[in-house]
Structure formats: structure tokens, C-alpha cells
Design a protein around this ligand. Structure first.
Ligand SMILES: [Ca+2]
Length: 591
């Protein structure tokens, strides 16, 4: 009965979230500003990524020189270098008469810096780091991919001066660029020379980038199909993946500028990526669970084999056994519900404000929480956990931030949640939320104590494991690292285990010799080395695995299907020697 494994009562929630909040530790809205800054930085500093391109020139295949058309009548007679040949190619392309291209100011090609000559010969460039700013962008790879547009003939609606002709956007030089006239409707295109399969366009924008534009393709140069469009371009390096198509001509059709200048591209690249991204989803960073917080965090500290135990340890073990028997006779591992999916957000990912949803009827809005949620990089594919708690975690390594949400929901495109928080400087954090933020009753983040599929696949968990109990000591009594509690013990029942208490499995047990599910053995060994920490109250004694929506929302398979191999979640830990627990002293490990 999974429904009985729900996490917390309404009572807890009032206790956990209804009291006055301490905002000092949470830093107010700094993170929102940081995020905004990150986005604008990536938009305004395209040279960072383009520099890699120009420094990686590759000797030109001889075929390159054949790209120069025979008609060179307008070219300066002194032109012999490859950079000039390139410009010739751009200009000699037969153009519609009405298009003001580079046909007259060909001499501009002579202004190409001498250093560009080598770069012009490059036909293979390493893929530059791509700022993943929407689900249409794929993440950076390091695979060398042929730039099919390199040194090919170009056309443009205009250029702002003869130093900024469109040929400079295909010359492989990260310092030279095309710049259009200062109007909203401007375009440039490249002629690949023949119809061929393509699936990716990379735009390396100068600070004058396009806010709204389309990528269009054509086989004849007159009939165009739009393969991508945006109205929210962010500049920088935009690597745009689209369904594979066959085309000879590829065009960037601008419709709205981001600045008062025109459209300006350092590079306009076209490629047919070997790793075809068939769905418009970004590659997700692997999510470590033992390197999120500071290495000194309690989560990652092994318990010495010889350690003083709590003087009441034996009675706590008896109390644990009572609960085990009273509530279903098992310890389950929550997966699809009452555990949090974790979604990785790339650097520069688009952000959205998450609205505070007063699902508890608190009748006030926590201003700091609103601020913490003012700019959250929630991927478009994100889904909260199943179950009434609807947890969700967003982790953005580049900004060293995590966001947790409780009762998250997407209302017609607007995200709302009832509680949670944002943690910054995560990699320097002790792995405990500031009071009163975070989703669990104790302020202990999911990313600390959840078990991931990767850990089970590698066969080792390298951190303390969060555990939820049903009956816990009253809320005023809790043990570090808990920063609060939703405990409830109105009859003062004896030997109640408090939230935040840490306990382990007797390290002398030979786990491998026991008849346990492979998953249980991995958990048992971690329980010996790192132990459990009570982080929540629930309808049954339970652990949490990272919610498989972390994978399935991306169209990936649920990894637990293979790992659990047909064993139900509640039976995975059958045979676990719960009678061999050892409780550590109150506030164990507190600095
Ligand atoms: Ca260039």
C-alpha cells in the first residue's frame, strides 16, 4: 500500500513552516541577481567560447581552394591570400539584384587581418561550449564536428560597413564578424555548395545579438523552411539542434534585435552532428550525491568503528523494532512518490519565478522565499514527484545552487510551490538548510540523504542515508544536524527517537554473508560506514531513492526497474538486521 507511505501530516507542516522565519542566513535575493547576471554574461561575452575556435585551425584540404568561383572580376588584383579568396567566394555568388550584399565593396575583404588566413582554411572546428539556454539547445560536446559552412559563399541583407561583410561569419576566425544594418529585419545565409543532411546550426553572436530570429533552410535558395525560431534569444554561443533535414542554403532570418545595433555574428556554423539529438532535451549532467556539499559536511563523514554510543541505544533499538512491527513490518524505499526528482540545470539556463502557493492557509507570504524563488532554472521537462508531497529539486552546478520545492505544481505554465528554498554556495555548505527553509521536516536536503541509481549501479553509497520514522520524539527535542522537527509525542511515550538522531548498523556484521537483496547489501554497508539520520516523519519507516522522474521526464528508462529486478520497494530490505542498530549520542558530529 504505497498510499500509506506518505510523508507527513498537516500538523507537521504547520510546525515546520508556520513560525517566524530567519532570513539572515538565507541571503535574501542575491542569488536571483546572480542568475540574471549569469545569463547576461553569457549573452555579452561571446568571445570566451569563440576564442577556442580560432585557436584550433586545421590545415585546409586542397579542395577548399576550389570553392572560389571563376568569376573574380571585381576582386582586387593583388588578392592572393586565402582570406581574400574567401571574400571573393562570398561576393561572387550570384545574388538577386535587390539584395544589397557584398557585391560592390569587395575591397573590404582586404581588411581581413593576416592572422585570419590560417583560420580561413579550417574546415573542422571543435564544438565550442554551448550555453544551454533552452530545451532546444543541446549541451556542449568535445567531439570535433565538421563546420559545413566554413569558407562557403554567403549572402546577407546588409552589412553595417565593409569591415563587417557576411563572409567574416564563416571564416573560422572568432574575432571577425558580420554586422547588419541597424534594423530588425536582417538576415544572412550560407550556400553549402550542395544539398546535404544537416541538423545543427551554431551561432556565435557578438554583443549585438538577435532576440527573435529563425533558422531557415532551402534546397534552391528561394523556397525556405523554418527549422527553428525563437523570440527569446540570449546571445552568446547558441547551438541549435533541429530534426535532420537536407538543405543547401541555411539562413539566419532576424526579426527583432536585442540591442539598438543590428545583428552581428562572429561565426555562423552548420553541421550534421554525429550524435543526433532526436528529442529537444538537453543532456543532463550526472548528479553526484556524495560531492554536492562541502567535503566536510556531516553527510560524507564515516563513523569510526570504535565510537561511543548513546547510553539509551538499546532502548532506541527496541523502539525501532516496535515501529517496524506496528507499521507494515517493513522499511520501504520510496521511489516514484515521497522522494524528490533532481533536475540538473545548465549554466545560463532560462529561469522562471516560482510563485508561493499558500496550500497550508498560512495567510502570509514569506518574502524571503519569494525572493529565493524569483529566478529558478527549471527545465521545461521537469515534473514534480507523484504523491501529495510533490517534491522537486533543481540543481545548477554552475551557480552552485539548489532549489527545493514541496507541493510543486505547474499551473498552465506557471510554477507554484508551498514551501522549500534556495541554497547558494552549495559546495561550501554543511548540507543543512537554514531555518526554516528546505522541504524535509528537519531542514536536511534530499540531495544529502537520497539514494541514487548511480550509487546502486556502482555498488557503493558514500554518505549518510536519510530515514523517516513514524513516531518520533516531540518537536522541541531534536538532534543536530536537524535544524527543526515535526515530532509529536503528546503522551510522552518513552524512548522515542528524535529527528536528527544518527544511528548505524553494527559494523562487525558480515553483510556479504547475509541473504539480502543486492540493493539491501549496498545500503547495509553504507549504514555501517555512514549510518542513517532521521530526517522526516512518514506513514511508514522509509528511505528515499532519487525519484526516477529524474530520468523518465527526459525520456530515459527508469533505472530502478533493472536495479530492483522485480522486487517490490517494500521488500527490498527484507532480512535487514534492524535489531543490530547502534544509536549515536545526541548531536553526534556537531561542530
Ligand atoms: Ca569570423
Amino acid at each position: 500500500m504505497q498510499k500509506l507511505h506518505h510523508a507527513r501530516s498537516a500538523r507537521h507542516l504547520v510546525l515546520a513552516c508556520g513560525t517566524a522565519v530567519i532570513t539572515a542566513a538565507c541571503g535574501g535575493g542575491g542569488g536571483a541577481n546572480n542568475n540574471a547576471q549569469l545569463a547576461s554574461q553569457s549573452a555579452n561575452e561571446p568571445t570566451v567560447s569563440s576564442a577556442a575556435v580560432s585557436s584550433n585551425s586545421v590545415p585546409a584540404p586542397a579542395a577548399n581552394s576550389n570553392n572560389v568561383p571563376a568569376s573574380t572580376s571585381t576582386v582586387s588584383p593583388s588578392v592572393v591570400s586565402s582570406s581574400n579568396a574567401l571574400a571573393t567566394a562570398a561576393n561572387s555568388n550570384s545574388l538577386p539584384v535587390s539584395v544589397p550584399t557584398a557585391s560592390s565593396p569587395i575591397v573590404s575583404s582586404n581588411t581581413v587581418p593576416a592572422t585570419a588566413a590560417g583560420s580561413n582554411l579550417a574546415t573542422t572546428n571543435p564544438t565550442v561550449s554551448a550555453a544551454t539556454v533552452s530545451s532546444n539547445y543541446i549541451s556542449a560536446t568535445t567531439t570535433a564536428v565538421t563546420n559545413l559552412a566554413a569558407n562557403k559563399p554567403t549572402m546577407a541583407s546588409s552589412f553595417v560597413s565593409s569591415s563587417y561583410v557576411s563572409a567574416l561569419a564563416v571564416d573560422g576566425n572568432g574575432t571577425t564578424r558580420w554586422a547588419s544594418a541597424h534594423t530588425d529585419s536582417e538576415w544572412m545565409q550560407v550556400d553549402l555548395g550542395s544539398a546535404q543532411p544537416i541538423n545543427t546550426v551554431t551561432l556565435v553572436w557578438e554583443a549585438a545579438f538577435g532576440r527573435a530570429y529563425a533558422i531557415q533552410v532551402s534546397t534552391d535558395g528561394s523556397t525556405w523552411n523554418t527549422v527553428y525560431s525563437t523570440t527569446t534569444g540570449v546571445g552568446g554561443t547558441e547551438k541549435i539542434a533541429f530534426a535532420s533535414t537536407t538543405a543547401r542554403f541555411v539562413r539566419m532570418q532576424g526579426t527583432k534585435r536585442a540591442t539598438s545595433y543590428g545583428f552581428s555574428l562572429y561565426e555562423f556554423k552548420v553541421s550534421n552532428e554525429p550524435t543526433v539529438t532526436t528529442t529537444a532535451t538537453p543532456t543532463v549532467n550526472p548528479l553526484p550525491t556524495d560531492a554536492i556539499f562541502a567535503p566536510t559536511s556531516f553527510w560524507y563523514q564515516p563513523i569510526p568503528t570504535t565510537v561511543a554510543l548513546h547510553p539509551n541505544s538499546a532502548n532506541f533499538v527496541t523502539e525501532f523494532a516496535r515501529q517496524f512491527k506496528a507499521y507494515y513490518g517493513n522499511v520501504t524505499i520510496n521511489t516514484t512518490a515521497y522522494s524528490s526528482p533532481v533536475y540538473a540545470a545548465a549554466a545560463g539556463a532560462a529561469t522562471t519565478a516560482v510563485q508561493f502557493w499558500d496550500c497550508q492557509g498560512k495567510r502570509y507570504t514569506d518574502a524571503s522565499l519569494v525572493n529565493q524563488w524569483s529566478a529558478v532554472p527549471i527545465p521545461g521537462y521537469a515534473q514534480p514527484a507523484s504523491g501529495t508531497d510533490a517534491e522537486m529539486t533543481i540543481y545548477q552546478p554552475s551557480s552552485d545552487s539548489i532549489w527545493e520545492f514541496w507541493q510543486a505544481r505547474n499551473q498552465s505554465g506557471v510554477w507554484q510551490a508551498c514551501w522549500g528554498g534556495r541554497m547558494q554556495n552549495v559546495s561550501k555548505s554543511d548540507g543543512i538548510w537554514p531555518v526554516n527553509y528546505g522541504t524535509t521536516a528537519t531542514g536536511l536536503p534530499f540531495l544529502g540523504g537520497q539514494i541514487t541509481a548511480e550509487e546502486l549501479q556502482r555498488g557503493e553509497i558514500r554518505h549518510a542515508i536519510g530515514i523517516s520514522l513514524v513516531d518520533v520524539e516531540r518537536a522541541s527535542i531534536f538532534s543536530w544536524p536537524a535544524n527543526r522537527s515535526d515530532g509529536y509525542n503528546p503522551t510522552n511515550a518513552p524512548n522515542r527517537i528524535a529527528e536528527g538522531q544518527r544511528f548505524r548498523l553494527d559494523p562487525t556484521i558480515n553483510v556479504d554473508a547475509m541473504n539480502l537483496h543486492p540493493v539491501a547489501k549496498i545500503i547495509a554497508k553504507a549504514a555501517q560506514k555512514y549510518g542513517f539520520v532521521v530526517w522526516d516523519k512518514a506513514g511508514s519507516i522509509s528511505l528515499r531513492s532519487q525519484n526516477p522522474k529524474s530520468y523518465t521526464a527526459l525520456g530515459q528508462v527508469n533505472p530502478y526497474t533493472a536495479l530492483f529486478n522485480g522486487t517490490p520497494e517494500y521488500a527490498l530490505l527484507n532480512g535487514f538486521p534492524w535489531d543490530r542498530l547502534q544509536f549515536l549520542p545526541f548531536n553526534y558530529g556537531k561542530p
